[in-house]
Every structure is written in C-alpha cells, then in structure tokens.
Write a protein that binds this ligand. Structure first.
Ligand SMILES: [Zn+2]
Ligand SMILES: [Zn+2]
Length: 276
C-alpha cells in the first residue's frame, strides 16, 4: 500500500531535480573548478554526497511514514476537558467531531481532504511527498527541508564559485556562458525558496506550532488583543522542550530522520497549563 504512494508525478519531479543538481554540481561545476581527483575536489564530493544522501533518506522517510491515524473508537475525555460546566464540555467535545469521518478527533488532529481522513497533529498536505505532514513524519519533514536547504546552498557556492573562477574574457561560447548564468540563477532561487521554508519551520518548531495552528492562532491573537488579553499558544512549553518533543531527547539522534521512538500516541500533548 505504501509503495502506491510513491507513484506520483511530483515525487518523480523531486527525484529528477535531485539527480540533476547532484550530477551538475559534481560532474560539471566542481570538476571544472578544482577537478575531481584533487584532494579538495574529493573532499567536496564526499561532503556533497553525504548531504544528498541525507536529503534522500529524509525524503523517503516522509513519503513512507504514516503521519498518524486517529485510533478506532476514539472518544474525547469530556470529564477532564477545559470547559467549566458539563454543557460547555459537551459542546467543546462536539467541535472535535469530524462529520466526514463520522468520528471524534483528538486535539490538534484535522481532516485532510486529499487523504480523506483525519490526521493526528496535522501540519499540511504536501504534494511533493504525496503525503500529509503530521504527528509521526514531521521530524522527517523538518530534516528534509534542513538537508535540502544545506545541499542547495552548498551547490550554489560551488556553481557561483566556479563562475567567478573562470576567465570570462576567453571563456567558451555564448551558449556556455548562458548555461553557467542560468544554472547559477536557478540554484540561487532554489536555495532562497528552501531557506525561507526552513526559517518558517524553525519558527513553528521553536513555538511547538503546526501551520494550521499558526493561522488559527492569528485570529485568536486578534480576539485576545481586542479584549485586552495576551494570547499564548497552549502547546508552547519552552524552546528546548519543544525541540526535544519533535527531534527527540537524545541530541545525537536529532539529525537522524528515522529516529522516532520518542514520538508518543499523538492524542495528548503537554500544555502550558501542565507546567504551571
Ligand atoms: Zn475526518
Ligand atoms: Zn493529506
């Protein structure tokens, strides 16, 4: 079943793009700049291959890891709900009911129209991995963005560096110059796009927020400001704890995409209220 998820044009496009960037960076630009048989050339090949490997590893982990299904027969805990009386607790429980699935959903879970099911701690549906980004594969997704940005920036340095190194006066034909300039512009734009996405997810990670919660929080913040209160995201329990909840308690496993034994059931999450 999981393999079927792999049959998708965007996934094929990502794999082809990674191939092109790797081949071009190593066998065209790096070779042209310092040569692949020099010690500096070989060192760069090893570093760039490692970065590409981890990008690919994270990509496969994102595609094949299920983001998290709501357990069959799940029912919200009305007794320990936030509401002050029975009526408000019951009405709050109703907001956690998914009409499409005809079932209750835990806090932070949302219905994905593409996957046609509720996904635990849903962040967004990503076309490029043909999968939802949610509770169980968010770490792999974050690392995918991190490694892809690092690879792209590394490639940009090599391509632009190679362009500056060449003697443009006596250097090749107009067609070759156009190829160098186009490659430099394309890879710079890719780095900028990935870097922006990485910055966004670092912000979300440090605040223990999903993309959906960010947009919900914008409205809640506005409402709180109107009534003279200060809004605080209820799952933001401090930067370090937020990091360890996603990347794991062991720092040595933070950068390993498949190290996910720390990930809990996705039904309950510590809140600011717990730490008071
Ligand atoms: Zn649903
Ligand atoms: Zn989805």
């Amino acid at each position: 079943m999981k393999w079927r998820r792999f049959v998708s044009l965007p996934i094929l496009a990502v794999l082809i793009l990674m191939d092109i960037v790797f081949y071009g960076t190593v066998f065209i630009f790096l070779d042209d700049w310092v040569g692949l048989h020099s010690s500096i050339g070989l060192t760069n090949v090893v570093i760039f291959t490692m970065l590409t490997f981890f990008t690919l590893f994270s990509f496969f982990a994102c595609v094949f890891t299920d983001p998290g299904d709501v357990p069959y027969g799940y029912f919200p805990d009305i007794e320990h709900s936030d509401g002050s009386d029975q009526e408000s607790r019951e009405s709050e429980a109703l907001t956690k009911y998914c009409d499409k699935c005809s079932a209750y959903k835990p806090p932070r879970a949302h219905h994905c129209r593409v996957c046609r099911r509720c996904v635990l701690k849903m962040d967004h549906h990503c076309t490029w991995i043909n999968n939802c980004v949610g509770h169980r594969n968010y770490k792999a997704f974050f690392l995918l963005v991190l490694y892809a940005t690092m690879s792209s920036v590394y490639s940009t340095v090599i391509i632009v560096g190679c362009g500056f190194y060449n003697d443009w006066e006596s250097f090749g034909t107009i067609r070759l110059k156009t190829f160098y300039i186009t490659s430099g512009v394309m890879i710079s734009l890719l780095s900028l796009t990935l870097g922006t996405l990485l910055g966004w997810h670092i912000y979300l990670l440090t605040h223990n927020m999903t993309t959906i919660e960010y947009y919900q929080g914008t409205r809640a913040k506005w409402l709180a400001k109107k009534s003279g209160q200060i809004y605080k995201h209820q799952y933001d329990v401090g930067v370090y704890k937020n990091f360890t909840m996603i990347l794991g308690p062991n720092m040595r496993k933070w950068l390993w995409p498949s190290a996910s034994s720390h990930i809990k059931d996705g039904i309950c999450f510590p809140t600011v209220r717990d730490s008071l």
